[in-house]
Design a protein around this ligand. Structure first.
Ligand SMILES: CC(C)(COP(=O)(O)OP(=O)(O)OC[C@H]1O[C@@H](n2cnc3c(N)ncnc32)[C@H](O)[C@@H]1OP(=O)(O)O)[C@@H](O)C(=O)NCCC(=O)NCCS
Length: 341
């Protein structure tokens, strides 16, 4: 029979005083130099600039060079952040990298960054949650700090989607771009990462995928060409309905109303998705930050790209309440409310 041991009150209070909170303290980005506008696609598929702008909101995106991979984009985003905030990285004790476009599946991107950045001893883990990956990174970083496992974490979203894009499919090739974003999350007595949500609906796995070893998802035969394949309409509908719900779950958990939110940073998948979520939750569209128009859909990098641009433009200010919400392949989602430091 299990025995219940009652801890003396003094022990409990000592344990609680050791609990640290998580504080997002810095952000940096990197995007490849090559800018690709919508006219590029007019040469390769039956589409046009007007359709792409009006149906997606995308104007340009960046493509990595042939010899440029996710690890180098991630490294540059971290180094840009370190330079801008004058950071020391040697005492980072965990690296989380969200991506679906690893240079290699093994070793992980996080291990490669540990080596390249010369960080002596750190936990290193890749997150496979597609466009929800950066949100998962924030939630995991908060949990690692709260549990006492880590004190200084690099959380990164980085992608080279142009390398896994099917350029013969007009419904998807116009969407994707390459980029990277990194944040630093540190242990602090007073944190700024509040309520979090995570979730998954694996039943929609075959609606958005990138094939690898197995050619079957949920009993359905898939197209096995190592490219991103999607049912755009289904993902669109799921994103609008589920993310509107999760937006409100975050508000309720944090004890806020929609009017308390200064900035909404959803995954930049499609401008019409962002507009529809804003309409459903009653948030003015002017409070949404996007990276879509400039960078296209960059999956796990889209939220830090939008947030960084919002900070640099002087929109996001100290004390602002920012609601981040990532969603995509899996289907999976994760988000958090952050009070900007
Ligand atoms: C892909 C997406 C842009 C398509 O937009 P849509 O408004 O849903 O368009 P539909 O799929 O209903 O197609 C409408 C028509 O446009 C056509 N079309 C699709 N892509 C086109 C393109 N690039 N140029 C011109 N016409 C195009 C379709 O063939 C269809 O033609 P039809 O009516 O003759 O059959 C949109 O569904 C989307 O963004 N979905 C979410 C996808 C996503 O974000 N994935 C990443 C994961 S987060």
């Amino acid at each position: 029979m299990p025995r219940i041991i009652a801890l003396p009150k003094a022990t409990i209070s000592i344990q609680i005083s050791f609990l640290m909170e998580a504080k997002l303290t810095a952000i940096g980005i990197y995007a490849p130099e090559k800018v690709v506008d919508n006219h590029y696609f007019e040469q390769i598929v039956d589409t046009n600039d007007e359709w792409i702008r009006s149906r997606t909101g995308i104007v340009t995106r960046r493509f990595a060079a042939e010899n440029e991979f996710t690890s180098s984009l991630a490294e540059k985003a971290i180094l840009n952040m370190a330079a801008e905030y004058k950071l020391q990285l040697h005492d980072v004790d965990f690296i989380l990298v969200a991506t679906v476009t690893h240079d290699q599946i093994m070793p992980s991107m996080a291990c490669q960054l540990q080596y390249r950045l010369n960080i002596p001893n750190t936990g290193a883990l890749d997150i496979s949650a597609a466009c929800g990956g950066f949100g998962y990174g924030i939630v995991l970083a908060k949990s690692l700090i709260h549990s006492g496992m880590a004190r200084k974490i690099l959380a990164v979203g980085a992608e080279t989607l142009s390398k896994v894009t099917d350029f013969s499919d007009r419904t998807s090739c116009i969407l994707f771009g390459d980029g990277a974003g990194a944040v630093l999350i540190e242990a602090a007595e007073k944190g700024n990462i509040g309520a979090c949500v995570v979730g998954a609906e694996g039943s929609g796995g075959q609606d958005l995928y990138l094939s690898n070893l197995n050619t079957v998802i949920n009993g359905e035969e898939i197209i096995a060409n190592n490219k991103i394949i999607q049912n755009g309409r289904k993902v669109f509908k799921w994103a609008v309905s589920q993310m509107s719900v999760q937006f409100n779950v975050l508000l309720e958990k944090e004890g806020l109303t929609v009017d308390d939110i200064d900035w909404f940073v959803p995954h930049s998948a499609n401008m019409r998705i962002i507009e529809a979520i804003c309409k459903q939750v009653g948030l003015p569209i002017e409070k949404a930050l996007e990276s879509l128009s400039t960078y296209g859909n960059t999956s796990s990098a889209s939220i830090p790209l939008a947030l960084y641009e919002g900070v640099r433009a002087g929109k996001v200010k100290k004390g602002d309440k920012v609601l981040l919400l990532g969603f995509g392949g899996g289907l999976a989602y994760a988000g958090a409310i952050v009070e900007w430091a």
